[in-house]
Design a protein around this ligand. Structure first.
Ligand SMILES: [Zn+2]
Length: 327
C-alpha cells in the first residue's frame, strides 16, 4: 500500500475538518435531546444555521407584570401545579418520579426556563416524587417545605435523593409556616394558612396556601384533612377563592361542608388519576360540590386545566371536555 504523505498545510486542513465534524456531531446529539447548543454556537456560529434554535417568546415564563396563569397539571394520581406570576414562577409539588418528564416537557412548552420558587406541600411520593428531576432540568431559585417529625421523614431512596440534591446543588431551602408569604410580583401573593399545628399524620401537615391577585383568589390544599381544615376555620383567616384545589385528590378525608361554605368557589379542581386504586374522587366530595352547584374540574377527565386572570376577569381552558369558556 502506498503511503500518502501530507504537507503541513494539508494536515492542518484535515485537522480542522475533523474538529468541525466532531462539533457538528455533538451539536446534533444535544439538539436531538432537546438541549441548548448555545455555548457551542458562541465558538462555532455556523451551527446556528444547521440547527436553528427555537426561541422562547418574550414574557412567556412569567406574565409580563400584567397577569397570572395557574396550571393544574394532569399527572395522574398525583399533584403538580404551575403558577406563572406577573414576575415570578412558582411550582407546587412534582408528581410521582415517573411524572417528571411530563412535567419538564410541560414547563418547557410554557417557556419556563427558571423556577423561582419550588414548594413541596408534604413529603409523600405523589407530591415530591418528580421534584429532583424537574429541578435538575430547570434551574430553581429556592425550595420551600414544612418540616415533619423525624419519625415521619420518608426513608425512600427518592426522598433521600431529593435531600441530597438540595444539599449538593446548594439550593436555598426555606421552611414555611402559617402567615409566611411568597411574592410573585405585580401584587400576586401566596399566603400560607396551614399547618397550624404539628400533626401526627403527614397529610394534615400539608402546606395550605391562598394566592391572591387583584380581585381573584386561588386556594391550594395539598392533602390536608379535616383536622387541619378545622384549625384553619378556627383561625378565622379569609378563605374565599374563585378556584379551590380540592385536598387529597377528592378523598372524603377533607373538604368538609363547613370549609366549602367558607371557600365559596366558582370552580373546584381535583388532581386525580383515571381508574385509581383509591376510588378517588369520593362520591361524597362530588355530591357536595354538585349540591353547591360548583363545577368540578377533574384532571382525569379534562387533562391539564389552565386558569388565566388579569386580576379581574378569569378565563379557563382545558385539554379536553366542555370547559372551554371564560367566566
Ligand atoms: Zn397526594
Amino acid at each position: 500500500m502506498k503511503k500518502i504523505k501530507l504537507t503541513k498545510a494539508q494536515k492542518k486542513k484535515l485537522f480542522s475538518i475533523l474538529v468541525v465534524l466532531v462539533v457538528v456531531c455533538i451539536a446534533g446529539f444535544l439538539s436531538h435531546r432537546g438541549e441548548s447548543i448555545q455555548p457551542l454556537v458562541e465558538y462555532f456560529p455556523f451551527l446556528e444555521e444547521i440547527f436553528p434554535q427555537e426561541s422562547v417568546p418574550a414574557g412567556a415564563p412569567v406574565m409580563d407584570g400584567a397577569g397570572l396563569r395557574v396550571h393544574i397539571l394532569d399527572v395522574g394520581q398525583a399533584d403538580c401545579i404551575l403558577i406563572q406570576g406577573p414576575e415570578k414562577v412558582l411550582v407546587i409539588d412534582g408528581g410521582e418520579s415517573g411524572d417528571a418528564s411530563t412535567i419538564i416537557q410541560y414547563l418547557q412548552k410554557q417557556g419556563v426556563e427558571r423556577i423561582d420558587y419550588y414548594l413541596n406541600t408534604h413529603p409523600h411520593s405523589d407530591h415530591y416524587g418528580g421534584i429532583t428531576q424537574v429541578m435538575q432540568a430547570i434551574p430553581t431559585g429556592e425550595f420551600f417545605h414544612h418540616p415533619v417529625p423525624e419519625e415521619h421523614t420518608p426513608t425512600t431512596r427518592s426522598y433521600q435523593k431529593l435531600i441530597q440534591y438540595l444539599l449538593d446543588s446548594k439550593t436555598k431551602t426555606t421552611v414555611l409556616d402559617p402567615g409566611d408569604t411568597l411574592d410573585l410580583g405585580g401584587g400576586a401573593v401566596l399566603t400560607i394558612l396551614a399547618p397550624l399545628e404539628g400533626y401526627e399524620d403527614m397529610n394534615n401537615n400539608s402546606l395550605v396556601g391562598r394566592l391572591t391577585f387583584g380581585e381573584r383568589a386561588f386556594l391550594f390544599t395539598g392533602d390536608a384533612e379535616k383536622k387541619s381544615e378545622k384549625a384553619i376555620l378556627e383561625s378565622g383567616v379569609e378563605l374565599s377563592a374563585d378556584v379551590y384545589s380540592i385536598p387529597h385528590h377528592g378523598s372524603n378525608t377533607g373538604m368538609t361542608q363547613k370549609f366549602l361554605d367558607q371557600v365559596k368557589p366558582q370552580y373546584a379542581t381535583i388532581s386525580v388519576g383515571k381508574d385509581n386504586d383509591y376510588g378517588h374522587p369520593h362520591r361524597d366530595t362530588i355530591q357536595r360540590l354538585s349540591e353547591g352547584e360548583v363545577p368540578c374540574l377533574r384532571t382525569d377527565l379534562l387533562g391539564n386545566i389552565v386558569f388565566e386572570t388579569d386580576g379581574k376577569t378569569l378565563s379557563l381552558s382545558t385539554d379536553r371536555g366542555e370547559y372551554q369558556k371564560a367566566a
